[in-house]
Design a protein around this ligand. Sequence first.
Ligand SMILES: [Zn+2]
Ligand SMILES: [Zn+2]
Ligand SMILES: [Zn+2]
Length: 331
Amino acid sequence: MLMSGKAGRLELYKDRNTQVFLSKFLNSEISELQPVYDSKLGHHYPTVEAIVGDASSAEKFLKKLHEAGLLERKLFDKIVICPKCDSPSTSFHYCCPYCRSFNIQKSSLIEHVKCGYMDVEENFRKGGKLICPKCHDELRKLDVDHRKAGIWCNCKDCGKSFDIPVTGLFCRDCHLNFTFEEAAVKDIYSYSLREEAKQEAALGWILIAPIKDFLIESGLEVESPAFLKGKSGANHMFDIVAKSRGTHKRVSVIDLTSSSEDMVYEQPVIALFAKIFDVSPDSAYLIAIPRMSDNGKKMADLYNIQVVEAKNQREALKALKEKMNRRSSAL
Ligand SMILES: [Zn+2]
Ligand SMILES: [Zn+2]
Ligand SMILES: [Zn+2]
């Protein structure tokens, strides 16, 4: 019945670092966070480091936000890490398949169409021209009188020739030569804000924070998100719960809901009703952004749920204040 994922995210929205980071997406400063490559640090995220401190905290921070369902990630790169010193600064070597040396010479093979002679390009080169070593004609036009016939490698250490080199890996930091089998491979991601999280974030702190402040100023005890135990024994989560002080505490529950379309339908009314049926608070409010469908309003009326319609934060706060003041005896 509860969405622990959402509760986890609501906790995160209260975190200052998360707010600073998400606001960069919400104000379109970032649409996709991509890593920056540095030869010492490897791929890293300077924007996040500026908020949370260093590269390893930034990685943990992004992992946490991804696992909570705030960010979606896309594979950006795969990097090979040195098995000895963990350096991300590694390079590929093309090596001789016989002696594994990377001291190899790569050449193009050329075929002289007229006489059929084939050799590496160097053997055709004579003073800036290409001359066939066999028939001594000049080669003038590629794909007309001569053609490229692949590559040919020559090992400068063992002297053998071959057409396909094998790959080896080299650590630029500790100078270890290693194979792909020995290597650790790390996935590097780019991140973007999930659409659902965009709306939640807007509700979660841009709206909840000022509402909480208002309720606290009104002398109430406020929790957000809050869990209340119902008659059934189940715990129910509300976006905000406010309690009056003193021995006979009056309890108000508030949920927020929004739609990217132009109105909210009755589903959140039903969800809130199911919870208040079990919890029996003294009053229940549903803040609907930007507005509630007629059917939803009728149901809310029937279930004794106060609907607050608002296009933005300022309107929501103003309308909630009015509703609560009108019912101030209930608080
Ligand atoms: Zn060799
Ligand atoms: Zn020739
Ligand atoms: Zn190394």
